[in-house]
Design a protein around this ligand. Structure first.
Ligand code: MRU
Length: 354
């Protein structure tokens, strides 16, 4: 693992999603952005699980990090009785919060391994907190390493425009970003002309979070409706579509925010590069292909209305899968902190992750 990188604040990154205080966890309520910056303080795993389910915190790595802190809180505040049973129950509750991002299960598995080595509650409280902080710091280091690998791979010779989907920045990760980390680095190196940010219906991660995060950090962003992506790519200015991932399977298929698959089809049609950027904690070599990934479906209300304002006839039937699967054949590169899988397939994935 790379050295601990500079903290986000020293890199000019304004957005922070997760603050750990030892006996409590603060989550920036992402449901209220960009209008309000409100922090929620949590002292137990049940509250963290609820926060993940309700999207107070979201984005695959940030979900994993928050869950890890949730386990640490469970140990810190366990009662005097059967502390092992209490922590196990907390892990189960956290695991049931959201199904698609494998970072959640990866982080819980790491926490569980440490938990099984502990002989007393006091030891568990100390070691689980330390492990959660390590997961958080390692994610930040991985973000920075991915940006290094991506720039080396793209080798841009002049400033370029890129298009992204959803939010993959400081709000979704340990603090720098996956796809948005690469975009940040392009900007730091003066190699970014402009980022087009899909608004990302229905939850609007692109308009509410990405446009907010990039604007406050002075990165040139243009917001577009999802349906405008084809027209933008047809103009020929965008060189790369850069997105994150929630789960990557052994053959290189990628689950990411709904709409990603369509973008990959568009990118191939317009001969635009399609890059997926994700830490190795997003890779799930136990699943053969994307068809094995559990895809979360959320309430129809998220499509029918926005903050109580109706956008559709009351009660109309809605299909609301919040992730889709992009087949490996449409992906030019998967960038992780371990390196780049070019034209991903099972052989390339195994070379890096087995
Ligand atoms: O439903 P969300 O907001 O948790 O979905 C987030 C995404 O799909 C991101 O693109 C993905 O988690 C990568 S975040 C670095």
């Amino acid at each position: 693992m790379a050295q601990t990188p500079k903290p986000p604040s020293e890199r000019g990154i304004g957005a922070v999603a997760i603050r750990w205080h030892g006996s409590s966890l603060e989550l920036l309520d992402q449901r209220l952005l960009p209008g309000e910056e409100h922090w929620i303080t949590l002292e137990g795993a049940v509250g963290v699980a609820q926060g993940i389910r309700d999207m107070v915190v979201r984005g695959a790595p940030a979900i994993g990090i928050s869950a890890a802190y949730g386990v640490a809180l469970a140990a810190r505040h366990a009662g005097g009785g059967d502390w092992k049973a209490e922590i196990k129950q907390s892990i189960r509750e956290l695991a049931a919060s959201r199904p698609t991002a494998v970072n959640l299960f990866w982080a819980l598995q790491r926490m569980e391994q440490v938990f099984h080595q502990c002989h007393s509650l006091d030891e568990a409280a100390k070691r689980l907190a330390k492990e959660a902080v390590a997961i958080h710091e390692e994610d930040l280091a991985a973000n920075v390493a991915m940006a290094d690998h991506a720039l080396e791979f793209m080798a841009p010779d002049k400033p370029m425009s890129v298009l992204t989907h959803c939010n993959t920045g400081a709000l979704a990760t340990g603090g720098y970003g996956t796809a948005l980390g690469v975009i940040r680095r392009l900007n730091e190196e003066k190699l970014l002309r402009e980022v087009f940010a899909d608004e990302t219906r229905p939850w609007l991660q692109g308009s509410r979070l990405t446009a907010w995060e990039l604007s406050r950090d002075g990165i040139p962003v243009t917001l577009n409706a999802d349906g405008a992506a084809a027209a933008i790519l047809a103009r020929g200015e965008v060189r790369w579509v850069i997105v994150g991932a929630d789960r990557i399977t052994a053959n290189g298929d990628v689950a990411n925010k709904i709409g990603t698959y369509g973008l990959a089809v568009l990118a191939r049609h317009h001969k635009v590069g399609f890059m997926v950027v994700a830490p190795s904690s997003t890779v799930d070599m136990s699943l053969a292909s994307g068809s094995d990934i559990p895809i979360e479906e959320r309430e129809g209300m998220e499509v029918r209305e926005i903050r109580g304002i109706p956008l559709a006839p009351e009660g109309v039937k809605v299909f609301n899968p919040v992730f889709d699967v992009t087949p490996a054949s449409l992906i030019d590169a998967i960038v992780t902190e371990k390196g780049v899988v070019h034209n991903p397939n099972i052989t390339g994935m195994r070379a890096l992750f087995d």
